[in-house]
Design a binder for this molecule. Sequence first.
Ligand code: DAH
Length: 345
Amino acid sequence: MIDDIARIGASAPARISAMASLDELRALEAELLGKTGELTALKKGLGTLDPEERKIAGQAMNEARSTLEALLADRRSVLENAQRAITLASERLDLTEITDELERGTVHLVTQTWDRLVDVFLGMGFTVAEGPEVETDWYNFEALNIPAAHPARGMWDTLYVDLGDPETVLMRTHTSPVQIRVMTDGEPPIYAIMPGRVYRRDTADASHMPVFHQIEGLVVDRNISFADLAGTLEAFTSAYFGGSIHSRLRPSYFPFTEPSAEYDINCVFCEGSGCRTCGQTGWLELGGCGMVHPTVLSNVGLDPEEWSGFAFGFGLDRLALMRHGVDDIREMYTGDVRFLEQFPS
Ligand code: DAH
């Protein structure tokens, strides 16, 4: 038996190193050490030996098994490394490959719209402010005259952040909290616009995205009237869309403005004569506006007897869709170059 064990041990290294693949190696392992393998077969014969011989043969068998196991493991790691090298080589990307024509990308339509809006308002004497996207309940609601139990909270489906007390930290649902920051950080006179990303608990469809963009406007000065609001929106409308597009205001409700209005523009497709896009009305809804509510002014320490102001806010993505006749807001966010390259910057 000792001879048989020695024979297996002596021939094994050459057999193992001859294995060229992991599959072959696995088969040889079964042949040598497996249940029906050569060593196991010999082990069954141990019982027929006398105790002294059995001890010696048993020891030799254990040593042979450990040696074989170590040899198999070494070969396995050699074969695995070789396999990995083959995979890496086959997945290699040639980053030096250049086509004859270099294609230039474009600035995203949302960014183009953002930049153009900022340009128009800078031209009208406004400054630009930005605020954080993660806000507290105070800035997003409370300071804007929307207390906790106010039914108007239903106007904004809010995504809360799991931080601090429940429902105290949130993803801002509109850019209006930046009004509060601008009024607390600075002093009137204020002529500011505040573009930014906003979040709502909404399912994406043709006209909604859970993440989208708004632009907010705020003016606070002495003797500001509703006529200043109407005039500013009209000036902006013709500067941005061209002289044939005008604006109108319709009474509405927002907790942070009084009186409040909704702001429409002439349909940019039919210029007001009525078409499918505007539902034959000649008008497209753009956003909300109004005179800053006295409570909001008091909340930031401004005396409503001394200061007055107006504010407005509208959806930037919506504006881009209107301007370019795109009928599904989701197109803006799929990142499909065939869509994006239609709007060269
Ligand atoms: N924050 C409002 C919204 O997201 C829009 C809005 C309405 C902004 C009236 C204003 C405003 O500044 O005066 O629905």
